[in-house]
Design a protein around this ligand. Structure first.
Ligand code: 2PG
Ligand code: MG
Length: 412
């Protein structure tokens, strides 16, 4: 059993240039687990607070004042590490220590334990006799909270190479579609600057449907049939459009408003027309009943909760009871600790809710989430297509393809 011998943190920057924290957990004086916390731009109302009063320095202060409490703990005992973080913060949203601290400490401890055991992280997280690769799901065109004026209101158009038999082919195909889309956009708009949003998806001045049409064109130009070898997904991130006072979805950029009924039709039309394999947050984060309508209507699409379920097991239970989704995003930092996220993952799996392990728009170059996606039997891994902080996760999958225990792709 490896014991934690030191724990310390520092302030670093994420891919958006915002301050974040990194935590080093060392076991037996030499096995280093190092994790830098990500952060979101389209943040769910009920997700863990990243930092107390928005200040990473506060999280660091709490860590250094309490470091002694972690010394001597078994670094592979996730529950004990989680309980120790919890002893510092009894709030339900980690507002006193920060979800980023809970995230970094718990994952870094497990990474340190994996190194001590000379095993890959995914195996330490969940010992199984064999594993599958989740399908990479990547942002090819972005708007909403991830890109500026003129871009689509919907946040993300995603690609997934569902026909690929290997992880190498799945990654390569996503990259090819992203590349081809650039050519399509340059033809469409000679003034296109090749600008990209926070997650590496192109950020052209196009309205929602046009953005989807050019994405289809890129797929077809490469000789693929939409919905067959290669499919599209959309993160509507609809809470961004939802205006509580008006009780309407306000599409500022395209210039229209949707009532709740119209929003369901708007989303359903997009799911049908573009044969979406994946539809995330098609209605706002508290519209559980409206999500149920879409889930019932589209059993073959992953009708997914992100802001809806915020990696919170109590909220997921509500979504299960109301049949609001058939898939859910797993973002560890929405939950706080890795232990919390695994509780969520277990509940999802027991209830046949498919998991999609996901990055945040403000990321680090770490790649532990690739292991978390494999360990939780996620069907997809939503980590982008290009950009150093996105490719880091994909490259880790490629390294892991050398591992005998991982055989083939997940069944969606
Ligand atoms: C989302 C994410 C990641 P953010 O909404 O799904 O794509 O964005 O991290 O900004 O919440
Ligand atoms: Mg989302």
């Amino acid at each position: 059993m490896a014991k934690i011998s030191s724990i310390e943190g520092r302030i670093l920057y994420n891919s958006r240039g915002s301050k974040t924290i990194e935590v080093d957990v060392k076991s037996d004086g030499k096995f280093l687990g190092r994790v830098c916390a990500p952060s979101g731009a389209s943040v769910g109302k009920y997700e863990a607070v990243s930092f107390p009063n928005g200040k990473p320095e506060e999280s660091l202060r709490v860590l250094s004042e309490n470091a002694q409490k972690f010394i001597g703990l078994d670094s592979s005992d996730l529950k004990v590490i989680h309980d120790t973080v919890r002893s510092l913060d009894k709030t339900n949203n980690y507002s006193e220590v920060g979800g980023a601290l809970a995230f970094a400490v718990t994952i870094a401890a497990m990474e340190s334990a994996a190194k001590a055991a000379e095993e890959p992280l995914f195996k330490i997280l969940s010992p199984q006799s064999s594993y599958k690769f989740p399908f990479p799901l990547g942002n090819i065109l972005g708007g909403g909270a991830h890109a500026g004026p003129g871009t689509p209101d919907i946040q993300e158009i995603l690609v997934c190479s569902t026909g690929s038999k290997t992880i190498e082919s799945a990654i390569e195909t996503n990259l090819a579609v992203h590349r081809e889309l650039r050519s399509v956009l340059e033809k469409e708009d000679p003034g296109f600057t090749n600008g990209r949003g926070d997650e590496g998806g192109w950020a052209p001045k196009l309205e929602n449907h046009k953005a989807l049409e050019v994405s289809v064109k890129a797929i077809e130009n490469l000789g693929f049939t939409l919905g067959k070898e290669v499919s599209l997904g959309v993160d509507f991130a609809s809470s961004t459009q939802w205006n509580e006072q008006k009780e309407k979805y306000v599409y500022n950029r395209a210039g229209f408003e949707n009532s709740t009924g119209e929003q369901i039709d708007f989303a359903a039309d997009i799911i049908e027309k573009y044969k979406l394999i994946y539809a995330e947050d098609a209605v706002h984060e508290e519209a559980f009943e409206d999500m149920s309508e879409l889930t019932a209507k589209f059993p073959k699409t992953l009708v997914t909760g992100d802001d809806l379920t915020v990696t919170n097991k109590d909220i997921l239970q509500k979504a299960i009871d109301k049949k609001s989704c058939n898939a859910a995003i797993l973002k560890v930092n929405q939950a706080g600790s890795l232990f919390d996220a695994f509780e969520f993952a277990n509940l999802a799996t027991q209830n046949n809710i498919k998991l999609i392990t996901s990055h945040r728009s403000g990321e680090s170059t770490d790649s532990q989430i690739s292991h978390i996606g494999i360990a939780t039997k996620s069907k997809m891994l939503k980590v982008g297509v290009v950009g150093g902080e996105r490719v880091a996760k994909l490259n880790e999958l490629l390294r892991l393809s050398e591992h005998d225990l991982i055989c083939g792709m997940a069944e969606i």
